[in-house]
Design a protein around this ligand. Structure first.
Ligand SMILES: CSC[C@@H](O)[C@@H](O)C(=O)COP(=O)(O)O
Length: 341
């Protein structure tokens, strides 16, 4: 397999390494990942995360194992096991489905390697198209609010929603970003702040519960978020807290955009109610941990509700920024998403 280099995964000299996103920004630690168990652990603990990236990381590993001589049957079960790690982000299922098809080819090693490489390079191109299209929606001087982390760390390319912000800053400059810290795992506070700082884009970090008063004060012009799965009717799942923003944006009449590649579109799923939402460990809500240490403030047995994602209904979305174009609710009602896939 050829060398594949992204912000948070690298395949070089036959070795896959993954940047630990749980330890960022204070520690930059790369894990070597040569086997399925390691990749499963990296995905489950969100050391590798972001809908596009988990699919790509898992694909590159499967291609590496194919080249190392793993049997067809073992590769098939590796694909099944990796696919089962996180249930909400459909990009992982999309990638694993492509690898299963490749595995049916007579020259399956080459086919699996080609597929992983194609998925990787396709993601870079998809990010570029979304960023170009989304940047056209941004005006000079805009204050943009975003949630979770949707940047280069979460994809092979420049990112989805954060890619739009990056491209808009390159085009017009003069932007400011409100970054939701994104409890419980703090992808905004840890990762989006890190990426914006690296890109020298002015930002201000807020706790998630501060967004409403900012909107009421007229300090948010637009909202851009990513998606883990978009259903056929335009409802979409994204990091928990996204739905709150959509409701608030609707009330305050603020444009609310979702940015995602076609690989995040799941037209087999009719609507948001049918999207499986991953439930995670109570420990994530009882406290916090990372490179800074560990703290638990809630009682050890505190009862916890911890869905990793929530669903935003299509009617709250101003525009779907996909790599193929920007679509409005009227387009979605006419079934444009099902025609795209
Ligand atoms: C380009 S990333 C799009 C989504 O995957 C992102 O918004 C998100 O919700 C990530 O969740 P995570 O649990 O950190 O993997």
């Amino acid at each position: 397999m050829q060398d594949l280099i992204a912000s948070s995964i690298k395949y070089q000299q036959n070795t896959l390494t993954v940047l630990d996103q749980y330890l960022l920004p204070h520690q930059q630690h790369w894990h070597v990942c040569n086997d399925v168990e390691t990749m499963k652990e990296l995905i489950l603990t969100l050391k590798i995360r972001g809908a596009p990236l988990i699919g790509l990381g898992a694909s590159v590993l499967v291609a590496h194992l194919a080249e190392q001589g793993m049997s067809k049957a073992e590769l098939a079960s590796a694909i099944d096991e990796l696919e089962a790690t996180r249930p909400t982000a459909v990009n992982l299922m999309h990638c694993m489905a492509q690898l299963r098809e490749a595995l049916m080819q007579p020259a399956y090693v080459e086919a699996v390697v080609d597929t992983a490489e194609q998925l990787f390079f396709e993601d870079i191109a998809l990010c570029d198209s979304m960023a170009q299209r989304g940047a056209e929606l941004v005006a000079k001087g805009d204050n943009i609010l975003t949630h979770c982390n949707t940047g280069a760390l979460a994809t092979a390319g420049v990112g989805t929603a954060l890619g739009v912000i990056y491209k808009a800053q390159q085009r017009h400059g003069d932007l400011h970003v409100w970054v939701d810290e994104t409890r419980p795992l703090l992808q905004g506070g840890r990762l989006t702040a890190f990426e914006l700082e690296r890109w020298q884009i002015p930002y201000t970090l807020i706790c998630d519960n501060m967004a409403a008063s900012l909107m009421a004060a007229g300090k948010v012009d637009k909202i851009f978020v990513g998606a883990d799965r978009i259903a056929a009717n335009g409802d979409f799942a994204n990091k928990v807290g996204t739905y709150n923003l959509a409701v608030l944006a609707h009330f305050h009449n603020i444009p609310f955009y979702v940015v995602a590649p076609l690989t995040t579109l799941d037209t087999q799923t009719a609507c948001g109610d049918d999207i499986e939402i991953e439930q995670r460990s109570p420990a994530e809500v009882r406290g916090v941990s990372g490179s800074f240490g560990e703290a638990q403030w809630a009682p050890t047995n505190a009862s916890v509700y911890n869905p990793a994602f929530d669903v935003t209904p299509a009617k709250l979305v101003t525009g779907w920024v996909l790599d193929t174009g920007v679509y409005e609710y009227a387009d979605i009602e006419q079934g444009v998403l099902t025609q795209l896939k």
